[in-house]
Design a protein around this ligand. Sequence first.
Ligand code: NI
Length: 186
Amino acid sequence: MILPIYLYGHPVLRKVTKDISLDYPGLKPLLDNMFETLYNADGVGLAAPQIGLEDRILVVDMTSLSDREPSFKDFKRVFINAYITEQDGAEEAVEEGCLSIPDIHEQTLRKNRIRISYLDENLQPHDEVFEGYKARVIQHEYDHLEGIMFVDRISGIRKQMIRSKLNKIMKGEVRCHYKVKIAPGK
Ligand code: NI
């Protein structure tokens, strides 16, 4: 099922998510819905707050970018109860976008390497290191689990320049090819 993606300005996107219990009801259909929603919106990552849930879950599928980097070919992952335990390496600015902030792309500074502990879709624990663009995508989605959005990480001047666009997104005044949801009362 394709779910609406919550837009910038919705309060759920500012919540710090909570760990899910190991007997979370409907986990498998929820993950299926998250991937379906992600593919429908042509994204590479989606976090639970973007579909209105305060659960510590993110999904990533970078297989559509495999012509750019062969190691993305089977890079489809679920990260449950995820915690980044190390963030290091060179800091690099690369253009990012976000399904919750349509039509805005900005250079965003991130560290090049992360270590993350998480459970996979079968609730098996992992502790893994990622580098480069994989680390970037995971960090972007991980930020959502902490109530942070990529526009929080861009320069103050750039943020001022996109302020009116952000205000429009908050009111749902944006063209989008996927279903979206705005904050109540906006
Ligand atoms: Ni995002």
